[in-house]
Each structure stands twice: as C-alpha cells, then as structure tokens.
Design a binder for this molecule. Structure first.
Ligand SMILES: Nc1ncnc2c1ncn2[C@@H]1O[C@H](COP(=O)(O)OP(=O)(O)OP(=O)(O)O)[C@@H](O)[C@H]1O
Ligand SMILES: [Mg+2]
Length: 290
C-alpha cells in the first residue's frame, strides 16, 4: 500500500513563487449586493484584503454581514458587482470556465453546515471529490479515504451512513472530504456552529493540525466563524467584517486586548465594534436585527 503522507504529496507541488506574490487570494475594493429597491442588501461595500500564503486567516462578524458571500466570491461561485478578486495571482474575472474549474480544484471548501451526501456512505463521501477530479484507482481512493478519516479521528467509519454519525462527527467527516484532494487553500465556513464547546475546541485543533500537515505546501486556511474561542485558537490574523467593510484587521492578541479590560480614551468606533463583538454584547455600535 503506498504511503499517503500529506507532506510527501504537498512537496511534489512546486508552484512558481510569482503566482502568489500579491497574496494567494486578494480582494481589491470588492462590492456585492443582491436584489433591488427596498429589498436590496449590500453585504460587501468596498472590501480589500490580501491573504499571504501559509497564513491562517479567520473572518469574524455578525450574521448577515457577507462572510459566506465572501467565500463564494473567492470560489468564483458568485461574481462581484465591482472590484477585483485574484486567486493564485490571477483575476477570477479573466478566467474562462475551464480555468475557473482548474482554480477551484486547488481550493477545498467546508460549507456552512458541513453537508455530506446522505445517500452515500462516509467513505464514498470522502472519495467523491477524488473521483470528481478524475482519479480512477479504487484501491488507492479507498486507502486515501481511510487515511483522511483516521486523521480526523474517525477511523473505521467508512461504511457508516452520515445519519449514523453525530453532528460533530459529520463535521469531521466533511473535513476529511475537504482534505481529500490535497488543496492549497482550505475555506471553512462556520466549522463549529451547532457543536458543544469541547467538540468545537477539537475541531479548532483539527484545523490547526490539518494546516500543519500541509504546511510544506504553504497551505492557506481561511475560516469564517462567530466563535471567538475558535478564532483565538486558530488565527494568525483576524479580520472583522461589518456594514460591508473590514472594521478590524490584526493578530488575535489585538482582538483579545480590545475585548478585555477598559477601553482606552480615544478608542475609535471600530475599536468599539470589535469590543462589542468579542464580548458578545447587544449594546454598542453594531446593530442587530431580531
Ligand atoms: N444568493 C443570494 N441571493 C440573495 N441574497 C443573498 C444571497 N447570498 C447571500 N445573500 C444575502 O447577503 C447577506 C449576507 O449573507 P451571508 O450569507 O454572506 O452572511 P454571513 O455573514 O455568512 O451570515 P451568517 O453568520 O449568518 O452565516 C444576507 O443578507 C443574505 O441574505
Ligand atoms: Mg454564513
């Protein structure tokens, strides 16, 4: 049985460094709105962001601020109204259908809800993206699936149906599936929503260990979450979205500092927003609609 070390595979994948010179993913003054008239919502209104290769970026922000929309724009599943999105150095708007597909294959997405195909076994779910990418060697695919499931703490669950797993186990299985194709970028949309704090912490560990296992290939991880504990544990850098804009951008320590103690004199509106979000308070400059 061939050894399927993630590092070994990652090392094969030399990429020209120029490709990511301006960031593996970058957004330049991106606008995205939906609907018109009274029903118009504009989740992104001038967002610029550059993500360095190898980084673990966490995006936080209240519900409905466009976090999932941002991930879908990066995947080319949505198009911006204005502005440019570059992935692996190339503007998505300049890619034809095949180039876009090829770009997407280098990115894994763990969708919000971590949906598995309910009609397939767990093993088939993990194999699915490999098959979709044209892999034909059944034995090899099964071996990779077993290895990925073992890596996420679900050894021997290949033949179970998703309905037999708990919510946390389903997230883990979805993570095993997103790792199956040795991605260069992994996008996680709310990987811990609906999980208890202990399982959430284990998922944060798993994101970190997945990142470490693929670090040789300069894997870049971008996670969207509401959970500040997960954000603090995973992030090298946190970006907070609110009102269509980035209102905070810095290391987790900056967010911790703004969330604790007393606010210094002269704190900005943005500092107050970060503090309110980190502390989970209803009162403050962030307006919520309930
Ligand atoms: N395909 C779409 N068509 C119309 N409106 C959309 C579409 N996708 C998102 N929206 C709207 O854009 C806004 C941002 O949605 P998005 O899903 O990005 O929020 P979010 O920050 O991910 O929220 P949550 O934390 O609740 O997941 C919402 O008002 C949503 O209703
Ligand atoms: Mg979302």
């Amino acid at each position: 049985m061939p050894e399927d070390g993630l590092e070994a595979k990652a090392a094969d994948r030399a990429r020209p460094p120029a490709e990511t010179a301006g960031g593996v993913i970058s957004l330049d003054d991106v606008y995205k709105s939906f609907g018109s008239g009274e029903r118009r919502v504009a989740p992104l209104a001038g967002v610029s962001l550059s993500v360095e290769p190898g980084m673990k970026l966490v995006i936080i922000g209240p519900s409905g601020t466009g976090k999932s929309v941002m991930l879908r724009l990066i995947l080319g599943l949505l198009e911006p109204d204005r502005g440019e999105i570059r992935v692996f150095g190339r503007p998505l708007g300049s890619l034809n259908r095949y180039e876009l597909q090829a770009t997407r294959k280098r990115i894994a997405m763990l969708f919000q809800g971590g949906a598995l195909f309910d009609s397939m076994t767990v093993g088939e779910n993990v194999i699915f993206p490999m098959r979709a990418m044209g892999e034909r060697d059944e034995e090899r695919m099964r071996a990779v699936a077993s290895e990925r499931l073992r890596q996420v703490g679900l050894p021997g669950t290949e033949d179970k149906m998703p309905s037999e797993l708990s919510g946390g186990m389903r997230k883990r299985a979805a993570l095993a599936r997103s790792m199956a194709c040795r991605p260069e970028v992994i996008l996680y949309d709310e990987p811990t929503t609906g999980l208890d704090p202990v399982t959430s912490d284990a998922i944060a560990d798993l994101i970190n260990s997945t990142h470490a296992a693929l670090a040789g290939a300069n894997i870049t991880s971008i996670a969207v979450t509401h959970d500040m504990r997960v954000a603090g544990k995973v992030a090298d850098r946190i970006v907070m979205l609110y009102g269509g804009k980035i209102v905070g951008d810095g290391p987790p320590e900056m967010f911790e500092r703004l969330g604790s103690g007393t606010l210094p004199d002269g704190a900005s509106e943005m500092d107050r927003m970060i503090r309110q979000f980190v502390r989970g308070e209803a009162d403050g400059p962030i307006r919520t609609v309930v």
